[in-house]
Design a protein around this ligand. Structure first.
Ligand code: FES
Ligand code: FES
Length: 154
């Protein structure tokens, strides 16, 4: 099937198999390997991207379902050579260890902060409930998102 989508501001058109997930399409066809696949069953959140501005798990969306949509991946978050404030905050607050969950965490954090620029710790923890981290214990991830909110609102 033919699909046309915009990813990180760039238009793409491909003839793909209908069974290909959005995560596979991003990684294997567009070579955007920052979108990680952990569980491949919608449980861990490592594949989180934005579809038309809202976070979504790319492993359980078919690429054909997002035909005509605008997608943003972790590769589209940085501004030129500078990191996005959320990425900076993760770096400065040790919000990652192995980094496997981090792209999904950053994409979810962006969605949380878009909808609620000044979230409480509880609201951040609630917003992150679909994203698993096996390393950090979440504490520094929450701290990073609080710091990112301060940076964005400054
Ligand atoms: S890989 Fe998509 S939620 Fe785990
Ligand atoms: S930093 Fe390793 S899984 Fe989160």
């Amino acid at each position: 099937m033919q699909i046309s989508i915009k990813v990180n501001g760039k238009e793409y058109s491909h003839d793909i198999e209908p069974r290909i997930s959005l995560a596979q399409y991003l990684r294997e066809t567009l070579n955007l390997t920052g979108t990680h696949i952990g569980c491949d069953t919608s449980g861990c959140g490592s594949c989180t991207v934005h579809v038309d501005g809202a976070s979504a798990k790319a492993c359980t969306l078919l690429a054909v379902q997002v035909d005509g949509c605008e997608i943003k991946t972790i590769e589209g978050m940085a501004h030129g050579s500078g990191m996005h404030p959320i990425q900076e905050a993760f770096k400065e607050n040790h919000g990652l260890q192995c980094g496997f969950c981090t792209p999904g965490m950053v994409m979810t954090a962006a969605d949380i902060l878009k909808n609620n620029p000044n979230p409480t710790e509880e609201e951040i923890r609630h917003g992150l409930e679909g994203n698993f981290c096996r390393c950090t214990g979440y504490h520094n991830i929450v701290k990073s998102i609080q710091h990112a909110a301060e940076k964005i609102n400054a």
